[in-house]
Design a protein around this ligand. Sequence first.
Ligand code: ADP
Ligand code: MG
Length: 536
Amino acid sequence: MQAEHDVAIQDTDRLEGRAALVNNVKAAVALAGAVRSTLGPRGLDKMLVDGGGGSLVTNDGVTVIETAKVEHPTARLLISASSSQDRAARDGTTSTVVLTAELLQNSLELVRMGVHPSTIISGYLLAEKEAVSELERISRRVDSPDEMKSVVSTTLAGKISSSLASHITGIALEASEIISEEEGGDDLERLRVKRLEVGGGLSTESTLVKGLMIAKTRVDIGTPESSMGGSVAIIDGGLENAKLEMEAEIEVNSLGVLKGFHERSIANLKRSIDHISSLGVTLLIVREGISDEAVSIISDSGITAYRRFERSDLELLSKITGARIIRDPLRISEEDLGVFTNRREQPIAGVTYTTIEGPEKGALTVVFRGTSPQVREEAVRAFDDAMGVSFRMVRDPRVVPGGGAIQTHLARHIRSFALGNPGREQLAIEAYAAALEVIPRTLAENAGLDPIDVVLDLSAAQASDLDNGSWIGLDAMTGKKSRMDERGIFDPLFVTSHSISGSTEAAISVLRINDVLWAKQDPTTPDWKDEEDQED
Ligand code: ADP
Ligand code: MG
């Protein structure tokens, strides 16, 4: 590698490009090395220790690399590819990093053979297009609720215990069904499903609440603790006394002015509350504060009130009750009011929680139990994966075989596709096919099996079954090759497809950096001759 720095002057551009590529590939491979052992159900946990001595045990690739303090620009590019996978598909983050690094490593081999980066880029793009369309061809729709459950729990395999995985999967699927008919994009599952951590209990006691649950208690404990329903108003502001902004302007001796101001402000509060009360409101939710004076007026009007709600909680409540969020209490009209069907308060582990339910669907709370914050956070992360996947699955229920089956199939398919693309791009397409096999290889390695044997074995088994060969993969739990549909090991199509495209895109952007550095060289000029001279 040193030879790449000791170079003849006329080749400086090209060689700087290559030195940069070597460097970039090293960074990518190092990052992939940090997460590859977590891939699959037999992946190992990583313990992350931060500067302050805090620690976190996780099996989640994206958590590992987002926590790592990485400076290298290529490594950061991989991290952003993995975060984008997380945002778009909510799963497949480790696979994305591992595949990107492998695509880069294989491209480095080609560069060493004298293939120009821009040739590699166009070969990779051809291969990606073919891979994505083949993926769609192989995919099929899930055909039963049980299969749906298998898909979602496959995404949790190895992350948490299987009893918790099955519990969390059940909650995620139920929640997805409740919000699936709503209008909106993929972010609905984040916006409309509140995650609430509640201390104590077992994580398998986590539950779904069809309403809003929040760590709050009513402003006046003299008002009823629970209610079987009524009319609710939501105010995006406060019910506080007006403040004197320019105190200095009021002279000390003008006590009367001050008193008058105070009285007017209470009269205003009373006017607002009387107005709300005249509409028949029994439950009042306020984003900001409620002053002591207002509290007593509200209670006297027979209204139960809560203050200091987060904006996101107000929105959930608005969804559940149908109430509109209104800034000015005096402007609330009858059609802005919503309906709640139940409100109750309960103390759990020393904290009071309020639950408000309403007739409308479309928003809910998932309550995570667990004795330590670490246990609860891990459950929330697992739920995030399960929820992200199940919500998207409800909208696009197509799956491909997991356990390395689909990548083994794609590698075989793309190798034969390469034959139809003679020329230098063919080498790049073949390198792309080989890179895909990093997934079955790594799954095998993490299951303690010989990666080469497994890949050869899978490939041969697939080739000999013309009908369903592409569904034969590795069951990492038994260590045997099997039909993935029979074992319930599926990956959602959108996860695999986004991961393949995202990895290709990330690898290509690294290659482009080198392409720019190489710009002076004509891509059609073969350069492997002087390459060999230098390496000797
Ligand atoms: P990612 O962050 O990429 O989702 P995971 O650690 O979740 O990483 O591993 C996902 C991979 O594990 C997928 O390729 C999936 O098909 C595979 N997988 C899941 N369960 C099994 C299993 N029982 N046997 C083999 N592979 C499995
Ligand atoms: Mg996963």
